[in-house]
Design a protein around this ligand. Structure first.
Ligand code: 13P
Length: 395
């Protein structure tokens, strides 16, 4: 249950002058270390999955673990897609359980960035999912030395930021004011006056990418000028690697489990340090009290089939499972046939939506309209259809 609406969460941080960490995870050690730290610090947390890291894990396989950890947590959690490249990446992430998505079209010219982002915002809004956009360019690659990917920092300007936010409808903006992804070369110089102006122009939660390597004082100044979300990865990756190097010296005859021993704890220590520094520690209770829980909706239909035999009915349902599960905001599609021969309604659909807003966007989606009008409604005689806000038991 402690998955909460990410927009509410970041608005809370923005209005109360602290920042929530969005920690990129690449394995179960990262996932468990981050959640452990958040529990210890009583801090809200964003579990972040970067598309550029999908070569290290299978997104579809790890998401049920991320969701299970989030539901079991006693602190508020959001699950976020970091640097999603396309409309389809954002849709897939939402359907797999992300309740926040980032669109990174920042390498495109402004009009193209606006157009790509606007389309994703339109789709995500129909799912109740907030969107983070990026304007300006933060160079570098998470986990690597910045000098290996120098790129050119392109700074966000307040005027462009205003046009971008107005025309795309993003909920949060990642700004480029001097940070880089990955390990810094030298001491980063941040353009605080620029950040202040952007914040005064936009009045929405701002996001900093490339959190690794900034000083305590820089973090405090960023947060005082509207930064409510800080993306952080390389320092966690380095803490994990240091622990593994240490293990390889002491655990000379160990296998894999010996080499990764205490990696979780090393990650948790760094995450906890950040949560205290960024002011998120101790905020869990008020965030849980003030933010909407993220609850799915079960769209239930029970019905009888007229004019089709069982095989044809199964074929119709198989087509529905395939088509409907790809609609934005659909978490799962179940079909069923009654076990009892004399059941009043022989068949069922159980379609899980990620958020109540999907009730309308699903009904109007062209793939749903085509399936319902051509294959389902003509054969589904008597039927009952109800949407339920669903609360699950803890396992
Ligand atoms: P660092 O790896 O520099 O901490 O940046 C992480 C990040 O911005 C992920 O989007």
């Amino acid at each position: 249950m402690p998955i909460v609406n990410m927009k509410d969460m970041l608005q809370h941080a923005y209005h109360h002058g602290y920042a929530i960490g969005a920690f990129d995870l690449v394995s179960l050690d990262f996932l468990e270390g981050i959640v452990l730290a958040a529990e210890r610090a009583r801090a809200p947390v964003i579990l972040s999955l970067a598309e550029s890291h999908f070569e290290y894990f299978d997104f579809e396989t790890i998401m049920p673990a991320v969701e299970a950890a989030a539901k079991r947590a006693t602190i508020p959690v959001a699950i976020h897609l970091d640097h999603g490249a396309t409309l389809d990446s954002a849709r897939r992430a939402i359907n797999l359980g992300c309740n926040g998505v980032m669109v990174d079209a920042s390498q495109l010219p402004l009009p193209d960035n606006i157009e790509a982002t606007r389309k994703i915002v339109e789709m995500a809004k129909g799912c109740g999912v907030p969107v983070e956009g990026e304007l300006g360019y933060v160079p570098g690659v998470e986990g690597e030395d910045a000098e290996r990917h120098p790129g050119e920092i392109s700074y966000t300007t307040p005027a462009e930021a205003r046009a971008y936010v107005e025309r795309t409808g993003v909920d949060f903006l990642a700004v480029s004011i001097g940070t880089v992804h990955g390990r810094m070369k030298g001491k980063p110089k941040l353009d605080f006056p620029r950040l202040k102006q952007i914040n005064e122009t936009l009045n929405i939660p701002l996001v900093i990418h490339g959190g690794t390597g900034l000083s305590d004082d820089q973090f405090r100044r960023l947060i005082s000028k509207g930064v409510a979300k800080i993306n952080y990865y390389t320092a966690l990756s380095d803490a994990a690697a240091t622990q593994i190097r240490e293990n390889s010296r002491t655990e000379t005859s160990s296998g894999y489990t010996g080499l990764v021993k205490d990696v979780r704890g090393a990650i948790a220590a760094e995450v906890e340090r950040c949560m205290h520094l960024w002011g998120a520690a101790g905020r869990a209770a008020e965030v849980l009290a003030q933010c909407q829980p993220w609850l799915p909706v079960e769209h239930l239909i029970i019905y009888n089939v007229e004019g089709l035999d069982r095989a044809a009915a199964e074929k119709m349902m198989a087509k529905g499972r395939e088509v409907l599960s790809a609609i934005p905001g659909v978490r799962a599609v179940f079909t069923g046939e009654a076990v009892q021969e004399d059941a009043r309604y022989r068949y069922t659909w159980l379609v899980r939506f990620c958020h109540p807003d999907v009730i309308d966007s699903y009904r109007e989606h062209p793939d749903h309209v085509a399936f319902a009008d051509n294959l389902f409604r003509p054969v589904a005689g008597g039927r009952i259809s109800i949407d339920y806000l669903a609360v699950e038991s803890k396992q």
